[in-house]
Design a protein around this ligand. Structure first.
Ligand code: NDP
Ligand code: 2IT
Length: 448
């Protein structure tokens, strides 16, 4: 058996109830064969793959909090510090009822390679809680965040581990978390968290960054095919921060967003989601109702309950922006039937491995999430730089840097594929490029 399949098998044995973690391990390790073969003896000797699939540490803790009625609850908190070979641990916090160790491990493993692609010095981590923010008041959210930080603070720091937002954690939560961190440590270290408000060390363009970055990456993918965004139609899922940034940039560049979605179904807007309708997405998200039907009620367009746009709406580009495993094999088959040529993955791991393989076999270009959504964490890295130099950059300066980083990621993937004599396979290229840097740093630092 090869080194790669040995490690995949051992990892599956050691982690029997972690299907999402195994999905990404199989996907990443399954595509780095060309890099591993070149240097197999050394990688084996120093247990590079075995160490890469085992987190540096997994922190799990109790988060007790009191609701507005005076009733106490206990949730579980997580921080998985996966790999810090190339920089301090970095990655978001997710508050969602489905959060568990498996989800945290898949996200922090992916984050390690994503952060490597950005070219900034950031290791991989993820955290969060199974706390469900739906319907919670501001004061409940504040008390939860404070309790969460009462334990998290001892594990983080500007040079150690720098959390940020993800699903269920936005500017409001980061503010509460930072306030409590500052209260506990008594030091003004605002580089300890990113995604902060502008009045206390946040960066312009950070809220837009994931969606903008995903669109900039797509610009380069399309340019590679001799095409552009202008006049193209899009199906997006989700209606949160990430879908918002993407819709804003796509409409600015002359594309038309036909759909957005929520857990209740999807909205089909034949005039395109643009202008004030894009702004309304933020209003819907902050209402905590978690319903996208409000959009069709307000703007008088179609709402399709209980369905996803995938395979139901024909468009030039599909961009899943909601959550993991939205696109299954049946969706991939329907996409091919409809003739959708590009899947630009924005949410973390939005497609199953089977769906990706099917799409690629049928000529669909798949741009993988760890490259496409890297603009979010990259701009977090830019926020850390600004905090370190105690300066704030203009929106234009941050946006230009973000754009350059995304173009560099696309170029690095192409160069890596060229170096291995491979075709334009962005999934393999992103994994190979992300892996190479982390492996090099781990080899240089010895076995620890
Ligand atoms: P959203 O605010 O859009 O929240 C995601 C929503 O998706 C949840 O409300 C969830 O609802 C809903 N959902 C679950 N299943 C589906 C489905 N099948 N179809 C549509 N919606 C569904 O999230 P964000 O904008 O914060 O993040 C979106 C994605 O982008 C996530 O995968 C995140 O990890 C990723 N990302 C975020 C970055 C950032 O900087 N924020 C950076 C890089 C990636 P329910 O609660 O009912 O499950
Ligand atoms: O998945 C992600 O990359 C994020 N949620 C952003 C992480 C960050 O540290 O900005």
């Amino acid at each position: 058996m090869s080194y790669i399949s040995d490690v995949i098998q051992q990892t599956a044995q050691k982690n029997p109830n972690q299907p999402q973690f195994m999905q990404t391990v199989t996907e990443v390790l399954g595509s780095i064969g060309p890099a591993v073969e070149q240097n197999e003896e050394t990688l084996r000797k120093f247990c590079i793959l075995e160490r890469m699939v085992e987190p540096d540490r997994q922190i799990m803790f109790r988060v007790p909090w009191m609701d507005d009625k005076g009733v106490y609850h206990v949730n579980r908190g997580f921080r998985i510090q996966f790999n810090n070979a190339i920089g301090p641990y970095k990655g978001g916090l997710r508050f969602h009822k489905d959060v568990d160790l498996d989800m945290m491990k898949f996200l922090s493993f992916e984050q390690t390679f994503k952060n490597s692609l950005t070219s900034l010095p950031m290791g991989g981590a993820k955290g969060g809680s199974d706390f469900d923010p739906t319907g919670k008041s501001d004061s409940e959210i504040m008390r939860f965040c404070q309790s969460f930080m009462n334990e998290l603070y001892r594990h983080i720091g500007p040079d150690m581990d720098v959390p940020a937002g993800d699903i269920g954690v936005g500017g409001r939560e980061i503010g509460f978390l930072f306030g409590q961190y500052k209260k506990i440590v008594g030091d003004y270290k605002n580089g300890v968290l990113t995604g902060k408000g502008l009045s206390y060390g946040g960066s312009l363009i950070r809220p837009e960054a994931t969606g903008y970055g995903a669109t900039y990456f797509l610009v380069d993918v399309l340019a590679h095919q001799g095409e552009s965004i202008k006049g193209k139609t899009f199906c997006l899922s989700g209606f949160g921060n990430v879908a918002w940034g993407a819709a804003k940039k796509i409409s600015e560049l002359g594309g038309k967003v036909l759909t957005i979605s929520g857990p209740d179904g999807y909205v089909y807007d034949e005039d395109g989601v643009s202008g004030e309708k894009v702004d309304y997405m933020l209003e819907m998200r902050s209402s905590n109702r978690n319903r996208v039907q409000d959009y069709s009620d307000k703007f008088g367009c179609k709402f399709i309950a209980g369905k996803k746009p995938w395979g139901n709406v024909k468009a030039d580009i599909y961009m899943p922006c909601a959550t993991q495993n939205e696109i299954h094999i049946e969706d991939a088959q329907a996409m091919v039937k409809l003739g959708v040529p590009v899947l630009n993955e924005v949410a973390n791991m939005p497609s199953t491995n089977e769906a990706i393989a099917y799409l690629q076999q049928h000529g669909v270009i798949v741009a993988p999430s760890k490259a496409v959504n890297a603009g979010g964490v990259a701009t977090s890295g830019l926020e850390m730089s600004q905090n370190s130099e105690r300066l704030s950059w203009s929106a234009q300066e941050v946006d230009e840097k973000l754009h350059t980083i995304m173009s560099n990621i696309h170029a690095k993937i192409c160069d890596t594929l060229d170096a291995y004599g491979m075709e334009y396979n962005l999934v393999a290229g992103a994994n190979l490029a992300g892996f190479k840097k982390v492996a090099e740093a781990m080899l240089a630092q010895g076995v620890y």
